[in-house]
Design a protein around this ligand. Structure first.
Ligand SMILES: Cc1cc2nc3c(=O)[nH]c(=O)nc-3n(C[C@H](O)[C@H](O)[C@H](O)COP(=O)(O)OP(=O)(O)OC[C@H]3O[C@@H](n4cnc5c(N)ncnc54)[C@H](O)[C@@H]3O)c2cc1C
Length: 299
């Protein structure tokens, strides 16, 4: 027998057209309100009974929420309501931040990527969020607005636990800045899911590297992982191994082992913890081989 899907509970909907209105609304409605972007996480949570807001405050039409701006001085600034498809196809993203385009392109299916936003992906604070490892290795800065004005949160301080972020009550994300990266950098996002089109990551691994004459190996790497800890994580131990030792196969293996050691995954419906651990090593190794060969080609 086919069981009926639970329905969405009743809720009111308001679209905020100005930032002042958004701040007032969120303050006035407090915990009874939830912010709505594409709704691809929120509606699932509401349908499953894990969230029951009285009111959804849609912030997608606030000024600059859906713009992507690149400048040589400030890097890439992406509005919180930019969809994954818009991000993955933007010429500046493809040219200057291909790693971010790869991460956006890896989210779910084409249809879902037309709704799903980068702001929703980060604010939902799932350990499996695909844009999170890219944001971590690109050391993004998040701009927020709230009753106390604007503030900037470095991405490393944003994820606090599964589904928990650093936003305070009434505060919302407006944009994400991906600063200019070191000259000659290369990056790669690799993901394993249960199927090729439309599943959360079993493991996601972002690797970026750049020439760096200040470290013995001549290259500096940043590595971040999704879906293998309570939050997306940077793997500084592995990065240090790669900075201190010449880039040989054995050193890449050591770094991949360090990434595996840093992962603390759980068993869930998508994969066992044991499989995830093994895949952390494999994806990190593959990412490092790809990125280091690109770096060496240009050295
Ligand atoms: C079938 C399916 C497949 C999926 N596959 C993937 C996948 O492969 N990879 C992946 O990473 N995700 C996946 N997801 C999850 C989801 O699509 C993404 O996380 C998406 O980017 C969420 O964005 P959204 O705009 O829909 O967010 P919403 O659902 O609108 O919001 C998500 C949460 O963030 C809060 N929020 C949103 N915007 C803001 C803001 N500006 N300020 C403060 N809080 C805010 C909302 O209140 C809500 O709690 C999948 C979901 C489904 C249903």
């Amino acid at each position: 027998m086919k069981l009926p899907l639970p329905e969405l509970p009743q809720f009111d909907y308001i679209r905020a057209e100005t930032t002042e209105r958004a701040i007032d609304l969120l303050q006035e409605k407090g915990v009874t309100a939830r912010i709505l972007m594409g709704g691809t996480d929120l509606f699932v949570q509401m349908r499953n009974g894990n969230s029951a807001p009285d009111i959804l405050v849609d912030l997608k039409k606030l000024p600059s929420m859906d713009t992507i701006v690149f400048s040589k001085k400030d890097g890439l600034t992406v509005g919180a309501a930019v969809t994954m498809n818009a991000l993955a196809r933007n010429p500046d993203v493809l040219k200057h931040y291909p790693l971010l385009a790869q991460a956006a392109e890896s989210v779910a299916s084409y249809q879902l990527r037309n709704r799903a936003t980068i702001g929703g992906n980060l604010c939902n604070a799932s350990p499996a969020a695909d844009t999170a490892p890219a944001a971590l290795v690109l050391e993004a800065d998040l701009t927020t607005l709230g009753p106390n004005g604007e503030r900037t949160i470095p991405i490393k301080d944003f994820f606090k636990g599964p589904g928990v972020n650093a936003l305070e009550e009434g505060e919302f994300l407006t944009k994400i800045n991906f600063r200019n990266q070191p000259k000659g950098w290369k990056g790669r996002y690799l993901k394993i899911g249960r199927n090729a089109g439309g599943d959360l990551a079993i493991v996601g691994a972002a690797v970026m590297g750049h020439p760096d004459t200040d470290v013995p190996s001549g290259f500096h790497f940043r590595i971040a992982l999704a879906s293998v800890a309570p939050t997306p994580i940077r793997v500084h131990e592995a990065e240090e191994i790669l900075a201190q030792n010449s880039l040989t196969d054995a050193v890449i293996e050591m770094a991949a082992d360090a990434a595996q050691d840093a992962a603390t995954p759980i068993d869930d419906v998508r994969a066992s913890a044991r499989y995830r651990k093994a895949m952390v090593k494999e994806l990190t190794r593959r990412g490092l081989i790809e990125v280091s060969s690109l770096l060496k080609k240009e050295a």
